[in-house]
Design a protein around this ligand. Sequence first.
Ligand code: ATP
Ligand code: MG
Length: 606
Amino acid sequence: MKMPIALAEERRESSLSSKVIPKARREGPGAPNLADYDQARREFSWERARRELDGLPGGGGLNICHEAVDRHAAGPLRDHLAIRWLGKNGEISGTTYGQLLRLTSRFANLLRSLGVAKGDRVFVLAGRIPELYIAALGTLKHRVVFCPLFSAFGPEPIRARLAIGRAKVLVTTQSLYERKIKPLRAQLPFLEHIILIGEGHQTADVPGTMDYSRSMAEASDSYTIEPTDPEDAALLHFTSGTTGTPKGALHVHEAVVAHHITGKLALDFHPNDIFWCTADPGWVTGTSYGIIAPLTSGITSIVDEGDFDPARWYEILQSHKVTVWYSAPTAIRMLMKAGTDLVHRYDLRSLRFLSSVGEPLNSEAVLWSQEAFGLPFHDNWWQTETGGIMIANFASMDVRPGSMGRPLPGIEAAIVREKEDGSVEEIREPGAEGELALRPGWPSMFRAYWEDSARYKKCFAGGFYLTGDLARQDGDGYFWFVGRKDDVIKTSGHLVGPFEVESALLEHKAVAESAVIGKPDPVALEIVKAFVVLRAGFQPGEELLRELLGFARTRLGAAIAPREIEFVNSLPRTRSGKIMRRLLKARELGLPEGDISTLEAGYVHG
Ligand code: ATP
Ligand code: MG
């Protein structure tokens, strides 16, 4: 990455990013777990964090399922609700830690009876239904690698991932099987077992498959976890494919130390919390925080099978008395669109802590949540590769809207730049832009890109893991996202991160969403082009176009403001909700679209 230095004097800070939302003042049992940031960093060690977990009895190592389920089921939390299930047709049920112990043991025994052994891969292709969660934890219990697939994938992305991971077992529903797997079966010779779950169908007669309910009923509900080396493979997660072909990141059982401690410090889990992570386990957030972290903390998780719907979401928050809520910027921006009045129709006083991940969280969204919920969304940053939260706005710190926060205790983050000779140097000057880098060594760091060691090696230089994201750090240690290395725009000697431009446009009342790309230009190298989705009630037209161009120029300065704006009806996103700027660019330039396996269905250009 060789980059010219951005010219700071021409860059106008977004008017909102200088605002601060003061930290919540809570004392007594509800006080933030991380009370004093500097002290927590000083006193932190991963060995100490590891001691918050139990380890397998008799020094048998560390197993994610033991920490999440078995140890609680053997103690006072046995009858505590582990997961509250909300079905898409309004059904509600619950599973206690004691019940989860027996169910995951049955699944582990079922795998054993099939000859599935340590290190093999079990894939699950399903919506957010109980069996997915039982299969995930039972798989980990049996020391087999769990790999979730997003249920809305088409047949080809499913085939590719099953093939890359050499799946031995696939757990899926009958309808997904009929529609997506059966036509591919001949191309999946390595796949030995297909287990069909859910939907109340009689599945026993589907040739070439097994029935989950029957097999589970036949399996014993007692299982002793075999010694598990903390370095044993546990999870294979595919990245979102925002910047290219998705990569398979491999994580080990030791990752649970990071899942647990980040749940405690960054999501501020307290005993008796009701936690709702809205992410699907098809993405890493839905596993690290949608399954593992709340369970290791012994709290109750909400799992909602249904799709996004503002009124239904508020209803869930209200009726299940959710205390900690973890969501994503796309959802938050859609909630903003639905309006503040809607929020105020619900009693949401149980909410204590709001948090967001996955994309940059615009300062507008943070300020809106403060107005709507009386609480700010706390942005945090991490990746599939990091396995857990790395940078966060903590409950005990003032929130700087638009900032990702500060590194977790135990995490060393830095801004680095590649020198002419290819080596990497850290830049300590506050405000300087560069690549966000982390010192390797935290427990949930990925151990490999599946079958791509060359690519894995390329992520490390100068003693750092290079994240592929650009950021800057202010004088107080807060990190600010600039853009992905691949998305950054080089225009007339400046480096422009799309996020800054998108956030400035979002401050205009007509703008619901925007995505910014660099468009090749013979003079400027690239010009900044913005795609804008308007809020309801605003019409595209010359006048609004001129107004927005002028608005952005005043906010950002002429060098950085978009030169072109195009009004569009929607933006292309991954199924995990991330804007695919590379696709906008490819289409703008008439270039091949690349891997679009994770593109959300129904997107129409224009
Ligand atoms: P691919 O690597 O296949 O292109 P991806 O990077 O989108 O896909 P994920 O691992 O799911 O796959 O996403 C991690 C990325 O999401 C980060 O590298 C960053 O670009 C973005 N991201 C996550 N959280 C934040 C945040 N709080 N602010 C800004 N960006 C974020
Ligand atoms: Mg990535």
